[in-house]
Ligand binder design. Structure first.
Ligand code: HEM
Length: 148
């Protein structure tokens, strides 16, 4: 059971952080180089709609499996790195909620209204917040691996 928890936890982290890396470092620069805003922004919005469904599932899995592993040893006995991971994980969930109900919702509205400058601004905000979450995710993993 603990191995299954850790496996699901790792799988969810890979899906989330791998997806952010792909969006930021592969899809976005390639789309920016090859497509004009009226083609690019609807594509980015559609890709995000599909990816964000996976992120919600990942968040549910990370929270459930992470808390199960943490509570199995008890909050008082848990190593410092695990507490740090909980804190950074909660911050990541909050940032994603903000990104989803703020800039992402506005991006979809901008695309529906063919407002490309506004859509471009919103994609920029989403990229910034996603980049912060990538760094926080890396820091959370480093906390467990290096501090324990
Ligand atoms: C509610 C938030 C979270 C809690 C309570 C939590 C809890 C834990 C715990 C207790 C472990 C240690 C398991 C062990 O060593 O036996 C762990 C490992 C891990 N967590 Fe989290 N976690 C959370 C969020 C996250 C997030 C947001 C990510 C990355 C997106 C993440 C990625 C990982 C990874 C990759 C490991 C494996 C590290 C290793 O031992 O090699 N966790 N987590």
């Amino acid at each position: 059971m603990p191995a299954l928890m850790k496996f699901l936890h790792l799988a969810a982290a890979i899906v989330w952080l791998g997806g952010i890396s792909f969006m930021l470092f592969a899809l976005r620069p390639a789309a920016q180089a090859q497509l004009a805003p009226p083609q690019r922004l609807p594509l980015i919005a559609a890709v995000l709609t599909k990816f964000f469904r996976l992120v919600w599932v990942s968040i549910g899995l990370l929270l459930a499996t992470g808390m199960a592993m943490l509570l199995a040893v008890g909050m008082k006995n848990a190593p410092t790195g695990w507490h740090l991971m909980l804190g950074m994980g909660l911050l990541m969930f909050a940032l994603f909620g903000h990104l989803y109900f703020g800039p992402y919702r506005r991006l979809r509205q901008a695309v529906a209204a063919s407002d490309w400058p506004e859509g471009g601004r919103r994609v920029g905000q989403i990229a910034t917040l996603a980049g912060i979450n990538l760094a926080l995710g890396a820091a959370a993993i480093a906390a467990v691996v290096f501090i324990g």
